[in-house]
Design a protein around this ligand. Sequence first.
Ligand SMILES: [Zn+2]
Length: 248
Amino acid sequence: MKSYKIEGVILRTTDFGDANRVVTIFTRDFGKIEVNAYGCRRAKNSLSGALQMFNLISAEVNHGAKLDTIKEADIIKFYPNLTADLEKMSYAALFFEIVNRMTLPKFPEVGVYDLILKTLPTLDERNAKIAALIGIFQFMEFSGEQLNFFHCVHCGAEIETDAALSLTDGGAICPNCIDAAGDILSYPNNLRETVFKILNFDWQQHLNFNLKEIDAAEKIILRYVQSIIGKELNAVKFIRQLENLQKN
Ligand SMILES: [Zn+2]
């Protein structure tokens, strides 16, 4: 049986049977792939430690008739806070859910892979909410579905003042075109500046953001992504539940 080697990050796991798991891995060379991992939920199984969400692994995979099967796996890097801290975990899961839903299988995208590798340590060690948001905004640049934040989608004029944003029209709406917009969200100057900072964030800088602006940017991008996907993201439901628990 022919096998091949991969390096990648575990995006998602789904248990099946007594001890098995389907593992979705975003790999450097093959993009997103799904593999079977038989027996990996047994404590003594050699795969059990490696095949957890968020781990960066190297692995050997056997070709299979339907799904390929993972044979050996080693952890290259794991992020301890993403499994220990519920809030961090939920924001990392949000970023991963969006990447998983908006990428095609077996479609290599090194830019997305590199972005995931940059986002993970920031999620783990710094403000996970802000890190996830930056990851999502920057990921959308690769998705082909990014909103146009800086030019009016109706007339092409550069946005230089308070404006509006239309999710159905795909981006900013200048004051002159507001009557033609399909839907209208508030899009003030300072929010546009925050989006610019988010899209140009280089992952070395401090996470120096205004939390009110972060909330506003989060609201827009999550509404937009969920409108594309056509349903509420599981991680969003979970984050709202966590927030309600903390309030009570
Ligand atoms: Zn316009």
